[in-house]
Design a protein around this ligand. Structure first.
Ligand SMILES: O=P(O)(O)O[C@H]1O[C@H](CO)[C@@H](O)[C@H]1O
Ligand SMILES: O=c1cc[nH]c(=O)[nH]1
Length: 291
């Protein structure tokens, strides 16, 4: 039995942060960083069941092309993904009455729609990038006992060599996207490759305002790196934890991002919201039509 302090439920029976109750989430779940993005997706839905907001976590469930889909905003960063993934899994795989883990496990499909910074000169601003693999420059997965079962050990070794003597604070873990979801999302319209999930937006992604970075030429090194034909394509801040937790919990996960900055060409699009809307439409059609 899982105690009150490990799985905290609110007085109305909803799960602690997300404020959702069992039965309220669909098997297909879109995750977005920005809570405002939930309204954009909701405006494309029919049969909307509810919208619930607590902190940065805004959730809604509705239908697109007759497919029931839940949207949850995660806010920024890995810590939020730990909360969102554990609570969404608990909603389907833990009995909230008995506080026991269910015998029959439900598999969920997670599609993250985000924004990101390109690490390739020929992946321009406004491109779509699917994260075929995600390399976590955070350390979340190392707290989990099963981490070794889901990470790519060879890739970890090569990345540690690339970052040299800084491996005391940086030990990247690499996890694959769901092949099933990759097949659904891939097209000529989208680039794909390896995404770096960073624990910060500024110095951890090589951005120096008033503070300097330890890893001097990291973005060029990452850009030049190649692994079995895969190139490192972009930076964002959530997919490594999403992929790792989804795999350990038995779910499918993928991330697709709009490039809003190109770090090699020093370009940015700060008016990206219409482009995100187009990316959302792209994803909704792909996951519901499979065309
Ligand atoms: O646009 P979202 O989904 O928030 O994704 C990206 O944007 C945020 C940083 O600006 C980080 O969350 C990063 O992963
Ligand atoms: O450069 C960028 C842009 C969006 N999100 C990131 O994490 N990095």
């Amino acid at each position: 039995m899982i105690s009150d302090s490990e799985l905290i439920l609110n007085p109305d029976g909803s799960v602690f942060h997300l404020h959702l109750k069992p039965g309220q989430i669909a098997n297909t779940i879109i995750l977005v960083g920005d809570p405002n993005r939930v309204d954009v997706i909701k405006s494309m839905f029919t049969d909307i069941e509810y919208q619930i907001a607590n902190r940065e976590y805004v959730s809604t469930t509705g239908k697109f092309n007759d497919t029931r889909i839940t949207v949850v905003s995660t806010g920024v960063g890995i810590g939020n993904i730990d909360i969102v993934m554990n609570e969404l899994d608990a909603l389907v795989n833990i009995d909230f009455e008995s506080r026991e883990i269910k015998k029959e496990k439900k598999k969920l499909e997670f599609i993250r729609i985000g924004t990101s910074g390109s690490l390739q000169k020929d992946i321009p601003v406004n491109s779509y990038v699917i994260s075929e693999k995600s390399a976590g420059f955070d350390n979340l997965l190392y707290f989990y006992e099963d981490e070794g079962k889901v990470v790519n050990e060879e890739f970890r070794r090569l990345l540690r060599i690339l970052i040299g003597g800084h491996s005391i604070f940086l030990n990247p873990y690499v996890v694959d996207a769901s092949e099933k979801l990759l097949d659904q999302l891939k097209s000529k319209e989208a680039f794909s490759g390896i995404t770096i999930t960073s624990p910060g937006f500024y110095v951890p992604q090589g951005r120096e305002l008033r503070l300097s970075k330890k890893l001097k030429d990291i973005n060029q090194k990452l850009s030049d790196f190649e692994y079995h034909g895969y190139k490192i394509t972009n930076y964002e801040m959530e997919s490594s934890a999403l992929y790792g937790l989804a795999k350990m919990l038995g779910h499918e996960a993928i991330a697709i991002c709009l490039v809003i900055a190109n770090r090699l060409n020093n370009q940015a699009n700060e008016n990206y919201r219409d482009n995100v809307k187009e990316l959302i439409a792209y994803v909704l059609h792909k996951i519901t039509n499979h065309d």
